[in-house]
Write a protein that binds this ligand. Sequence first.
Ligand code: AQP
Length: 334
Amino acid sequence: SPRVFSGIQPSGNLQLGNYLGALKRFADAQSSGTPTLYCMVDLHAITVWQDPADLRRATRELCAGFIASGLDPEKSILFNQSQVPEHAQLAWVFNCVARMGWMGRMTQWKDKAGKNAENASLGLFAYPALMAADILVYHATHVPVGEDQKQHLELARDIAAKFNHDYGADFFPLPEPVIEGAATRVMSLRDGTKKMSKSDPSDMSRINLTDDADAIAKKIRKAKTDPEPLPATLEGLDGRPEARNLVNIYAGLAGLAPADVMTQMGGKSFAEFKPALAELAVDRLAPISAEMARLMQDPAEIDRVLARGAERAREIAAPILRQTYDIIGMVGAQ
Ligand code: AQP
């Protein structure tokens, strides 16, 4: 039966890409009636060093971001990864199923470890096996993510298939990525060829969900563009990555198809388009940022939400882990 799972790392401020590529779509999935689980993946966050106080704060702030984006802890299971030990337990099994060569081909590993792979953590290399465990420990079938996670999802399918094959068991479903909408890949405001990211050193490159109206307007005003006005059709955006990015952001925020944005905005200069985009962004994001700030005033309540979510998540994960152990021959798993 269908089940939706996705996660976000508590590794810094939530940014617009996380909102349009993930959170907003998580809220859409919640209203589809399919059971949904959404996870603050703190075990993933520590694959690069995190200051402990910052990690604690970012985890609570992420939970506040989920709720402020429309996720209801009564409808969706909202929880923190480290509070459900079955993730790490299944990840170990998957470390033994996945092959070194598969992991070495992951572009995120190559990007993040760069030329200094000798000094990257073993956890950063094994990251996709933990991500596969996050999904498969719930037998989740659908995973809403941004474009950048597509390769990791393919790896999760490979791990599930190899496990099923190696143990002659039709046990893990092959999870489907759900990558749809106008803004599955929001790019940096400073460089239209680089994805918007919470860990980009330049704060001007992204819109944070905690930015106030002035900051949002300023970042959009200063966003890199070219001197031409907007074209009348989508094809006219070819070779203009910055213009395309702003159009996609507009479409994502307005809930329009990019082609409809061109119909409305084609021919306008950036001096006209940017203020309209800024107004739309403030209109959509200011209520989320205000609600996050309100929720953060009561961290104990956030912790209660996470504890309750973890309890509900474990009710699903524990029997699936037990069956996995049984399939692979571990004594005491029956
Ligand atoms: N720029 C983006 N456009 C669309 N979707 C995005 N996502 C992230 N950036 C964009 C989606 O957000 C979800 C959570 O991502 P994550 O925090 O687990 O990891 P990430 O993809 O590595 O996000 P960041 O912001 O780039 O974090 P850092 O800088 O810490 O690595 C995923 O569904 C992702 O696709």
